[in-house]
Ligand binder design. Structure first.
Ligand SMILES: [Ca+2]
Length: 332
């Protein structure tokens, strides 16, 4: 140490250092050791101790000066690390509680997974059945496609069919018309047949009525009974043409007709309930008739071949007679 050396040169009696160097580094002839007394050695020891303590103190101060900031930094680092560690511990605690809750959730999730698996199994079986259904549907679609092609083919034929239908409809209308004509003809023929049948039985046809001119004389009442048995009555006369037909057919032979006042209070009436028109019928009486001879002439006959041919006579006289039956178109 230079300072030590300088102090050695300034202070010649500092033999301790010189003596020590001579021993360890430069072996020389040993100087003769001064005879140090114990009184001198004590201050020297104290100084050495002081120096050493100073050195230690300085070193300590230097070290403190050097390392104190470093230590402060370290302490703050440690604190920070402690805080970080505490944070980790807290996080770990939270993580632990999370793990517990998540463990419960995991169990729930396992149950749910089992349920989902069961559902998946069901879905799988449903998918299989759906596959079968799809196959059947596919087959049906193919069949429908073929049917559709047939429908298209038929659709193409529709216009032609429609024309045929129109023709058929027109023909049908004609057929209906013909059928109606046939029905009318049939009815006409049936009417003709009825007329022929009645004519064959001795009846005469005139303007929608059949007339029967008897061959046997009867009283007026018996004659009416005969006509009733033939679904007829003694004839009424309601027009000049009918009167003409009757008197011409009787050809002058007296015939009972259905006009009488028997059972009434002197009023003429038609036995077939045709209303009696006294004014229009007045022209059919023989002039001077009805004269009611003997106050006993209550029935009327056609006596002569003339428009004025009516005569009142006794109802008990036996005369030929005329029945009248209206031609009923029962089948029309
Ligand atoms: Ca008379």
């Amino acid at each position: 140490m230079p300072q030590g050396e300088m102090k050695e040169q300034e202070v010649p009696d500092a033999h301790f250092t010189v003596d020590k160097q001579n021993i360890s580094l430069w072996p020389r002839d040993l100087p003769s050791k001064p005879d140090l007394s114990p009184g001198l050695r004590k201050p020297l020891t104290a100084r050495v101790a002081f120096i050493c303590l100073s050195l230690v103190l300085v070193t300590s101060i230097v070290l403190q000066a050097v390392f104190y900031p470093w230590l402060l930094g370290k302490i703050s680092d440690v604190k920070r690390d402690a805080q970080v560690l505490r944070g980790h511990v807290d996080n770990f605690s939270n993580l632990s509680s999370d793990l517990l809750s998540k463990s419960g959730r995991v169990q729930v999730a396992e149950v749910q997974i089992q349920m989902v698996n069961a559902s998946l199994n069901r879905v799988q079986s449903q998918i299989l059945s759906l596959g079968a259904i799809v196959e059947r549907a596919s087959a049906q679609i193919q069949g429908l496609t073929r049917n559709w092609e047939e429908v298209d083919h038929l659709n193409a034929q529709i216009p032609e069919v429609k024309r045929d239908l129109d023709k058929a409809s027109a023909l049908n209308a004609k057929v209906r018309g013909l059928q109606s004509s046939l029905e009318n003809l049939s009815k006409l023929l049936k009417g003709q047949n009825d007329i022929l049948r009645m004519v064959s039985q001795g009846w005469k046809y005139f303007k929608e009525n059949f007339y029967y001119f008897s061959h046997t004389p009867k009283t007026w009442y018996s004659a009416e009974q005969f006509c009733i048995s033939r679904k007829a009555h003694l004839t009424s006369v309601t027009s000049e043409s009918e009167q003409e037909f009757l008197y011409k057919t009787t050809d002058g032979l007296p015939h009972w007709i259905g006009l009488t006042k028997a059972g009434s209070e002197g009023n003429w009436y038609w036995v077939d309930e045709t209303p009696f028109n006294k004014q229009q019928s007045g022209r059919f009486w023989i002039p001077g008739e009805p004269n009611n001879v003997g106050n006993n002439e209550h029935c009327v006959n056609i006596r002569v071949s003339s428009l004025q041919s009516w005569n009142d006579a006794s109802c008990d006289d036996k005369l030929l007679f005329i029945c009248k039956q209206p031609y009923t178109h029962s089948d029309l």
